[in-house]
Ligand binder design. Structure first.
Ligand code: ZN
Length: 242
């Protein structure tokens, strides 16, 4: 059977003498792994369009087992990202996280569109480190929400009362914020600032491309990274640090 996918190359791994296995997030089938046969031979035509952090049309054939790439057309090379070491390293790191937390062949068009928007926004604007941080945080909070892990930032996860501007606590195992009255029900928690609560609300309620307009002090970005790391590590069972 032959297939055509719209995909974003997340990463690649060398196998055998001249082959590679690619991990690709596709619009049509979610995350897939496919074989690129002979792509490491000198002058292999296929390889150029299959670099990590490339959006491409991928043609493949699949019968039993892993599919095999038969052709590809690059749609976006994201060359501005690739020419900036800071940005490309950050994107690689995000892809590494996604490769771990997303299951194979679970189609989710919204995650594909989020990834596409993340890359095109970063590529089209000359983003500095602060904006790249905001976009990355926004992307990961939104992907976690799409995967069913939307952090509760409006009301207390225990008493369900609307959160007040007081000493609130974040609990990853409860998936959101505990108010000052309820914080004793949980041992493993961290203090969360009102600013961080407000920012996560903004991240969850706005389009990714608009987040680039936000001005966020570095101290708040760092607080959000702590919350995000807690969430991703809990979700993946591994130790990632954004
Ligand atoms: Zn409460």
């Amino acid at each position: 059977m032959d297939y055509k996918y719209q995909g974003i190359i997340l990463n690649k791994r060398e196998v055998g003498e001249v082959d590679r296995i690619y991990t690709i997030y596709t619009f049509e089938a979610g995350k897939i792994r496919v074989l690129g046969k002979g792509v490491r031979k000198p002058n292999a035509k296929l390889a150029g369009n299959l670099e990590s952090v490339t959006q491409a049309e991928i043609f493949m054939s699949k019968n039993k087992g892993m599919g095999k790439i038969t052709g590809s057309i690059a749609i976006n090379n994201f060359s501005n990202i690739k020419s900036n070491l800071d940005l490309v390293n950050r994107v690689f790191y995000v892809f590494k996280i996604l490769a771990r937390i997303i299951s194979e062949e679970e189609k989710d068009e919204k995650i594909f569109l989020l990834l596409e928007k993340y890359l095109t926004t970063m590529d089209a604007n000359e983003v500095g480190e602060d904006k790249a941080d905001i976009l990355t945080l926004g992307l990961l909070f939104q992907i976690l929400a799409e995967m069913g892990y939307r952090l509760e930032m409006e009301k207390c996860v225990h008493c369900e009362k609307k959160l007040l501007l007081e000493n609130n606590y974040f609990s990853i195992s409860r998936g959101g914020v505990l108010c000052a009255n309820c914080q004793n029900v949980e041992n493993k928690k961290i203090l969360i600032s009102n600013e961080a609560i407000k920012l996560i609300r903004i991240f969850l309620q706005n389009r990714l491309e608009n987040l680039i307009k936000l001005k966020v002090p570095q101290a708040d970005i760092n607080r959000l990274k702590i919350i995000l790391n807690e969430s991703i590590n809990w979700f993946s069972g591994e130790n990632f640090r954004i």
